[in-house]
Design a protein around this ligand. Structure first.
Ligand code: IMP
Ligand code: MG
Length: 189
């Protein structure tokens, strides 16, 4: 009998975090945020589209404090390669002046995205600004950034699932899995 797990994409290598592990970690971060912002009068979760959508919508249900949700759409990647140039495709709507802002992304790799957007947001004078990321490829950082709330550290694998994609594929997987890039690119050519 074939007991190998079957995945909807044949380029999936292995599951790094199951749905249950993600749920638990998101719950923990939500509890931390609930506690840290208990005195906040204007709390804004600001997610970076599109990768952070699942994370933000799950996380906000675990924060037991009034909050507002907003998004910016930014891009820097083509396939699995960071272009280093961060393009803002659409900006947030809230005037963040005076708000306690938590900038949220799915994953930090080189750190350029968080570094660039953080710098931009500081100029808009929020009351406070913190960074939250579900995943961090800590050995890949090329700029100095601080992540205040982190889900998991991962090695330098390319991953998909729970909002993360490769060329728009894999976002709807409920777990996070590594991609076999050789298989992925072999299929493409
Ligand atoms: P950075 O600017 O190099 O830190 O890259 C961060 C952005 O690249 C994230 O917002 C993701 O959209 C994307 N990214 C980086 N690594 C991965 C990955 O392994 N899978 C999917 N997207 C990734
Ligand atoms: Mg992204």
């Amino acid at each position: 009998m074939d007991t190998a797990p079957s995945y909807p994409y044949d380029f999936i290598d292995e599951v790094l975090f199951t749905q249950e592990q993600i749920e638990q970690r998101v719950s923990d971060i939500g509890a931390q945020i609930t506690n840290d912002y208990r005195d906040s009068e204007k709390l804004l979760l600001l997610g970076l589209l599109r990768g952070s959508v699942m994370f933000v919508t799950d996380l906000m249900r675990k924060v037991h404090h009034p909050l507002t949700m907003d998004f910016m759409s930014v891009s820097s990647y083509a396939g699995n390669v960071s272009t280093g140039f961060i393009r803002i495709d659409s900006d947030h709507k809230t005037n963040i002046n005076g708000w306690d802002v938590i900038l949220i992304d799915d994953i930090v790799d080189s750190g350029y995205t968080i570094y660039t957007i953080h710098k931009l947001l500081v100029d808009r004078k929020p009351k406070s600004l913190k960074v939250c990321a579900l995943l961090d490829k800590v050995d890949q950082h090329k700029v100095d950034i601080n992540i205040d709330y982190l889900g998991f550290e991962i090695p330098d694998d390319f991953v998909v699932g729970y909002g993360l994609d490769i060329d728009e594929k894999g976002r709807n997987l409920p777990y996070i899995a590594s991609v076999n890039l050789e298989k992925y690119y072999a299929k493409k050519v």
